[in-house]
Design a binder for this molecule. Structure first.
Ligand code: ATP
Ligand code: MG
Length: 412
């Protein structure tokens, strides 16, 4: 992509309203645009990052036999009345009434939709287990959305729901999804700072599990066990003085952001909708459920919180909008155009800064945008080009004809 063609431009202005690093950098870089508090547009660069995050999650959900669907955001009141959540979640629901008096909510989550949907296809134990997921915009009246894209009132979530004949089968699947979640965070480069965290389970199970990424921008407080890699959310710390996994009672306190949350729902939602199945002996039993959430736009912001310096973003290669930022600092564009053409022909994703602006502006924007590899072509470098990793301070000069080979070898 030529930067002269890019829809967005970077901006130097610090936004007074945005206090979080993720919002400042993503807005200034032209990744996102704020429409109003907690509501953002994903611009082309931001959309590409979220697409990469989404694809990683999709691959890992498919690997645990998830089947992808898309359920509606507009949901009828009746479904929510059936579970009692029209009243109990009233504070966070965006509700709508049409001219005919029908009422709806914009979905904050999808149990009320997925359970009656599953009921159409699950009759017997032979139809179980099954697991379906989607990527969807969720709507919640968050009272004080102040953490940039970390806490939206409209935000993207991956939500998966699993259906089982027995609690043992749910337990085994829950472990598989836990492992899949950890693989997602590893692929996103968050493995060293993300902790499987015991949190409250609600009425139906003792605990749920959150995936908490440690960052000063986090709104949650977790206690990380000194004996193992597990953590406990402060909301249940008083009732859980020992690590539920290894039994130790020494913890390190940290601020963290919840990037994922998985629950054993048991029969909480299958009962109100009468979602049952016939077992091998012909008996009718309620379906046992699990649910598994992960926030995509929250992950976008979290990655920026973890991976930035005073100059800008430092994208991990797996999610970067483009892998290479090609900067032409020469007066003419012959060499840079040739480099751009050969990188494109080789399938390397590249943003080409072909703008007629000063070298200082280009270098500053490259640091702000944070693409993993920077390639500079200038009069000074002669027949060489300068290659630099965004994550490293030092650059390296290489002959022009070795550029392609260097960039297609991992870690320059
Ligand atoms: P929080 O405690 O942060 O408000 P939650 O427990 O209400 O989140 P869940 O219902 O567990 O959230 O949602 C599943 C996932 O969706 C969360 O782990 C998080 O990654 C994401 N998420 C939840 N609320 C938001 C939000 N307002 N903005 C962006 N992502 C969110
Ligand atoms: Mg949660």
């Amino acid at each position: 992509m030529r930067q002269t063609q890019l829809f967005t431009k970077t901006s130097k202005q610090l936004n007074q309203e945005e206090t979080s690093a993720n919002a400042q950098l993503l807005v200034r870089g032209g990744y996102i645009d704020k429409l109003m508090a907690g509501v953002y547009t994903l611009l082309p660069l931001g959309r590409r990052v979220v697409d990469h995050i989404e694809q990683i999650i999709r691959e890992e959900m498919d690997a645990v036999a998830g089947q992808e669907v898309s359920m509606p955001a507009l949901q009828p009141k009746d479904n929510w009345v059936k579970t009692g959540r029209w009243d109990s979640m009233r504070d966070i629901l965006y509700t709508i009434k049409d001219e005919a008096g029908h009422e709806y909510t914009l979905g904050p989550t999808h149990e009320e939709i997925v359970v009656p949907l599953a009921k159409q296809f699950i009759q017997s134990y032979k139809d179980l287990p099954i697991s379906i997921y989607q990527f969807q915009s969720k709507f919640r009246k968050e009272l004080r959305p102040k953490s940039g894209i970390l806490r939206g009132r409209e935000f993207l979530m991956k939500d998966m729901y699993s259906f089982h004949a027995t609690v043992e089968d749910l337990d085994a699947y829950y472990e598989r999804v836990t492992a899949a979640y950890l693989r997602v965070f590893t692929r996103l480069g968050l493995q060293d700072v993300t902790y499987l965290t015991y949190a409250s389970g609600g009425v139906f199970s003792k605990y749920s599990h959150e995936f908490q990424t440690v960052t000063p921008a986090g709104e949650d407080t977790i206690y990380i066990c000194d004996g193992c890699r597990l953590a406990i959310n402060h909301e249940i710390r008083h009732e859980t003085p020992h690590c539920p996994s290894c039994g130790k009672d020494q913890f390190t306190t940290a601020k963290a952001i919840e990037v994922g949350n998985i629950f054993k729902l048991m029969t909480k939602f299958s009962e109100p909708f009468g979602l049952g199945f016939t077992d091998a002996s012909g008996a009718r039993l309620p379906v046992i459920m699990g649910c598994y959430g992960m926030g995509l736009t929250r992950l976008l912001g979290t990655i920026v919180e973890i991976d930035h310096d005073e100059k800008g973003i430092i994208w991990p290669e797996a999610v970067a909008p483009y892998r290479v930022h090609l900067l032409n600092l020469s007066k003419d564009s012959v060499q840079a155009d040739a480099a751009y053409a050969s990188l494109q022909a080789a399938g390397v994703s590249v943003l080409y800064d072909d703008r007629l602006v000063s070298p200082g502006v280009k270098l500053g924007d490259a640091d702000l945008l944070g693409l993993p590899q920077r390639v500079v072509i200038s009069q000074k470098t002669g027949t060489n080009v300068e290659v630099k990793l965004r994550s490293q301070p030092d650059s390296q000069l290489i002959p022009f004809d070795q550029l392609l080979a260097t960039l297609t070898t991992p870690n320059v």
